[in-house]
Design a protein around this ligand. Structure first.
Ligand code: SIN
Length: 487
């Protein structure tokens, strides 16, 4: 039943472009093949958009923006709230689409839809609370009025790991502030975004306000968008490497940007930590959504006094996970997104073993048609090995032991990334003290998950620019205008 509605959408989706409130003709001379990673086989071939579709979407967004910005905040809030309830009404269908195109277990996909929908509810509440200010100039001669109008047309580029949530985390605040949006979903997972465009339209989002153009050629898509004179902002989630390239090009048009980029999260376990809680937190921080998250713990630093026991328990928990097709009952870990992902994970694991790491669990790809990797624990890993400097984006936990606090803080900070860090200790003073020394935009203190629409999500250093969610999130999609007033 759940899967039927998703399959029905896949059977009827006419192409890969939703522009100005309707399906547009895609470029029939090209093919965007969407795979099912659990089978390693293609599910549907879409006609993607070409540069002319990107331009048409920007035109539609530009035409719709003044009226949307002029809509009363309360009315925008009500539209967003209907998007929230519409997503929940279609929770099963959207989750099945996510599992089909991404592969994550259905339970994770259901959780993602709830999480994604929550960005609409949260931002419907924020839409009516965009604050301004009025001050008397220090000299007393005039007033300073500050307001926050929308930026205008926003280009949104989303990754494949959360086909719904990484879109709504940008879309909802952008719409709440009065912007219109042109979205490029990841080539691997365009279906959820296309269905969401249709559902949001049904929920009252006006034509032209939310456009989706999928593509098999990302660079060409971006070029058409960045060159369009109506585009004023770029919001991107993806790797730091791609983010740097987009930033360089966005600089040519001085676009406003937000960037949610790569992570290399340290997970620190002190000798006084509650070991059960630390292992449970490690499993969530590592394995949530099949370990394909930028918040995933990438390096486990465990105090030498408890490292042996921690590795034993973590390995048992990883060995106990059921890996398989996300639709099968009891499956907790799905396939990786494609064959390249398996090969890059396995290269890092083999390199680490070659440098002396020992395997406590897993350590290899799994046989079969889909792209599966065994949940893996490595111990005796050396800080500086490729597995500690690259984002693994897969179900591998490298464990490094440490002896003192200064050393572990130095190792944790020894990366150009600074998205999230996790700290486990029963001593709150130590936990907060270490948290303040970590160069990281988010900290999970005795918690393996930080994601929350009500909290500011984002990184320090090369993990990004700006914050998504919370009260900060909506202001990223606003300008600041000051009016010097005399009367
Ligand atoms: C991400 O992996 O990009 C985001 C993870 C999250 O929001 O939990």
């Amino acid at each position: 039943m759940t899967r039927d509605a998703a399959v029905e959408f896949i059977d009827r989706v006419p192409n890969g472009a939703w522009i100005n409130g309707t399906w547009s003709d895609g470029d029939g001379s090209r093919a965007l093949v969407v795979d099912n990673p659990a089978r390693g086989a293609s599910m549907v071939t879409l006609a993607p958009g070409g540069p002319e579709h990107v331009r048409a979407a920007c035109e539609a967004a530009a035409a719709a923006q003044p009226a949307w910005a002029a809509t009363a905040p309360r009315q925008r809030a009500e539209v967003l709230r209907r998007c929230w309830s519409t997503m929940l009404d279609h929770r099963d269908e959207l989750a099945a689409l996510i599992t089909l195109e991404h592969g994550k277990p259905l339970s994770d996909a259901l959780a993602e839809v709830t999480y994604a929908a929550e960005f609409f509810r949260w931002n419907s509440e924020e839409a009516v609370r965009i604050e301004g200010a009025m001050r008397t100039a220090p000299g007393g001669s005039n007033r300073i009025i500050v307001r926050h109008p929308p930026v205008g047309v926003v280009v949104v580029i989303t990754p494949w790991n959360f086909p719904a949530a990484m879109l709504t985390r940008k879309l909802a605040p952008a719409l709440a502030a009065g912007n219109t949006v042109v979205v490029k979903p990841a080539a691997e997972t365009p279906l959820t975004a296309l269905r969401l465009a249709e559902l949001c339209h049904d929920a009252g989002v006006p034509a032209g306000t939310f456009n989706v153009v999928s593509t098999d050629r990302a660079a060409e898509w971006f070029e058409a968008a960045v060159e369009h004179p109506a585009v004023r902002m770029l919001s991107f989630t993806g790797s730091t490497e791609v983010g740097r390239r987009l930033l360089r090009r966005a600089a040519d048009r001085v676009l406003k940007v937000t960037m949610e980029l790569g992570g290399n999260a340290p997970f620190i376990v002190f000798d006084d930590a509650d070991l059960d809680a630390a292992v449970e937190g490690a499993m969530v921080a590592k394995m949530r959504h099949s370990a394909e998250t930028c918040t995933a713990a990438n390096r486990f630093f465990v105090h030498e006094a408890i490292a042996g026991r921690f590795v034993e328990r973590l390995a048992a928990a990883m060995d106990g996970l059921r890996v398989g097709d996300g639709f099968d009952a009891g499956v907790e870990v799905g396939p990786m997104i494609n064959a390249d992902a398996i090969s890059s994970i396995d290269t890092l694991v083999a390199d680490s073993i070659g440098r002396g790491a020992a395997v406590a669990a897993g350590g290899r790809p799994l046989d079969g048609a889909g792209h599966f990797y065994a949940p893996t624990v490595l111990h005796g890993v050396a800080q500086g090995d490729a597995i500690t400097t690259n984002e693994i984006f897969g179900p591998v936990a490298p464990v490094i032991s440490f002896a003192n606090t200064d050393d572990v803080v130095a190792m944790a900070n020894d990366t150009e990334m600074g998205l999230v860090a996790y700290v486990f200790t029963k001593n709150l003073a130590r936990g907060l003290g270490v948290s303040e020394r970590l160069e990281s935009g988010m900290i999970g203190l005795n918690r393996g998950v930080v994601s929350d629409p009500a909290a500011p999500f984002g990184g320090m250093k090369q993990s990004g620019l700006g914050r998504e969610g919370s009260t900060e999130g909506i202001y990223e999609f606003c300008e600041t205008q000051y009016i010097a007033t005399d009367w």
